[in-house]
Design a protein around this ligand. Structure first.
Ligand code: ZN
Length: 575
């Protein structure tokens, strides 16, 4: 697809006055950044800087809105516009997007050639998302980065990496973002970063949200119609980009794979709302000015291309909701499809192993004197590793307030039970999971979660939530509420209370009861004898033997390891 109007003349037209105000190889401070956006809002009636919630550091999270109709509220009055959201400074040490975006905002507002674009696009820019991190300015925390002279820090005011926080929402920033994202409903989302890792010739690399997480119409549109234009047009203008260089074996020549940004990441979160997500990763070793310039160029192109294909974007997003409504099962875990790859032309540097002058040990170095252009394998696709059968309803006990808050922030619709009642439900028992020894982002994130379904009749109370799954937010709600989901609330420790047994027994007091149980129950006795033969430690331990019987007796509590979000499948009608 080609531009239907003379956009090419605009593309890369200039980096105008704003850049001149910033010194070479320097990034803006928080104060100068906000002052610059305020000045733009004052100068142009199509722009406004508004507050969209709180941040952990105490300063408001701000949004710069460019809307040609001067409409600066969430509700869209003109649905024919395409809404593009640009998020910057989630990692404030990676500041090129912060600078590129304010320079782009001035470019869009000051050059009348962009007027036809602004009539068709709503542009939302978060000047800086991790405000606390940006205020923690230093010159050392990005050891390998080629400028600027000073920049912010990755951790926020609570030392969280906010680009892992979109589901658990431990920060006020994430709470504000969840609510804002649902209210403003962007069609296209992009977040700006600077990469670490492998070396190559490209100034900018791109992560498109991993397509296999999207519904078919949106996935096909992204990979067949939208993404190819972004790569082609950047190349046409002499700023060739490549997919984010995520190596399989430490050397891009041996193949790269798509980055799976699960819902804890911004674009993975956006995908749950059927929004097209992108991450720019400017290359850490390239000069700062080149990184800012290419980030600016990509953001400009993304806006132009979104306008160019806006009808198709709107259509694919609407279709995606219909598609997920019609599905009985949904993937909540993915794994790399190692059998499928496409070949891409890659311009890299040869990697050679040399002896480190410091350690004396072999170390891989990239040789800048020896570049190559070669076809490499790009493993772009993932497969569903775990699929779940979506129930017609979830039942959420009111005890889980943090869960209910997050459902509400994300626009999930529910009703509350108006009386106490007993309902037969499907329940998931957690039968296996792993947790790390060290905390990860303030949690002991569970993985490898295995569950077993069982039917159980339970009491529910007035005020508990009944959540229909057939609703606009079906993707979000199934992902967060399913215990096996990679970034579900169970994985993020929202339900750890159920993982601990509450009542125990005294061996001497339980021994006569256990003996009686064995005498009265043939199958229990057979299982017990068999287990003793197979496991010497059982045969040699009073406690182990008594616990074996206790766990299989009516004395053992049923609630331990029982996941407390319950399901109703209407076909297996509840009576
Ligand atoms: Zn980053």
């Amino acid at each position: 697809m080609r531009f239907s109007f003379a956009l090419i003349g605009i593309f890369f037209c200039s980096l105008v006055h704003a850049q001149a105000e910033r010194k070479i190889n320097e990034s803006r401070t928080y104060e100068s950044l906000i002052a610059e956006y305020k000045a733009l809002a004052k100068s142009y009636k199509q722009a406004k800087l508004i507050e969209i919630g709180k941040s952990d550091i105490g300063k408001p999270l701000q949004l710069f809105v460019i809307d040609s109709d001067g409409y600066f509220q969430a509700k869209k009055i003109d649905s024919s516009k395409v809404t593009i959201l640009i998020n910057n400074g989630i990692h404030p040490g990676e500041s090129c997007g912060i600078d590129a975006s304010v320079e782009l905002a001035e470019q869009l507002l000051s050059d009348s050639r962009y007027a036809p674009i602004l009539k068709q696009a709503r542009i939302l820019i978060i000047p800086v998302y991790n405000i606390g991190g940006m205020l923690n300015r230093n010159s050392f925390s990005r050891a390998n980065q080629n400028g600027p002279k000073a920049y912010g820090f990755r951790g926020n005011a609570k030392n969280l990496d906010l680009n892992r926080d979109f589901i658990k929402a431990d920060s006020k920033n994430a709470k504000s973002f969840n609510q804002f994202f649902v209210e403003w409903d962007p069609d296209v989302f992009v977040e700006t970063h600077t990469t670490n890792g492998s070396d190559h010739t490209y100034t900018l690399t791109l992560i498109s949200t991993q397509v296999d997480k999207l519904e078919p119409s949106l996935a096909n549109f992204l990979k067949n119609d939208f993404e190819p234009e972004l790569y082609q047009k950047m190349a046409d203008h002499g700023q060739e980009i490549t997919p984010y260089v995520y190596t399989l074996e430490g050397d891009p020549k041996k193949g790269i794979k798509a980055f799976l940004e699960t819902p804890r990441y911004s674009t993975g979160y956006a995908a749950l709302h059927h929004c097209l997500g992108f991450i720019t990763e400017a290359h850490v070793f390239k000069p700062y000015e080149a990184r800012v310039k290419q980030t600016n160029s990509f953001l400009e192109l993304l806006i132009l291309e979104s306008v160019e294909q806006k009808e198709a974007i709107h259509k694919a997003r609407k279709q995606a909701v219909k598609e997920i409504m019609a599905k009985d099962s949904i993937a909540v875990q993915w794994k790399l499809d190692s059998a499928r790859y496409k070949r891409i032309l890659f311009k890299g540097y040869e990697k050679v192993e040399k002896r480190s002058k410091l350690t004396g040990l072999p170390l891989g170095f990239y040789n800048h004197e020896e570049s190559y252009t070669d076809s490499i394998r790009f493993y772009k696709y993932y497969q569903a590793a775990t699929k779940i059968k979506v129930p017609d309803y979830y039942l959420v006990p009111q005890a889980y307030e943090k869960v209910i808050q997050r459902l509400a922030w994300n626009g999930v619709k529910y009703v509350r039970l108006n009386k106490d009642t007993s309902i037969e439900v499907s329940s998931e028992r957690i039968i296996d999971y792993q947790s790390p020894k060290q905390p990860y982002e303030g949690h002991y994130l569970h993985s490898g979660i295995q569950t077993r379904s069982e039917k159980v009749k339970l009491n529910f109370y007035k005020g508990d939530l009944l959540v229909p799954s057939k609703q606009q937010k079906r993707a979000y709600l199934t992902h967060v509420l399913e215990p096996a989901a990679v970034d579900g609330f169970f994985a993020w420790n929202f339900f750890d209370g159920i993982l601990q047994q509450k009542e125990w027994f005294s061996d001497y007091a339980f021994e006569p009861k256990a003996k009686k149980l064995l005498e009265e129950n043939d199958s229990l006795r057979i299982a017990f004898e068999k287990a003793k033969q197979q496991k010497p430690s059982l045969a040699n331990s009073n406690f182990e033997q008594l616990y074996f019987i206790y766990k299989r007796s009516p004395y053992y509590e049923r609630s331990v390891n029982r996941f407390p979000i319950y399901k109703i499948y209407e076909k297996e009608a509840v009576r």
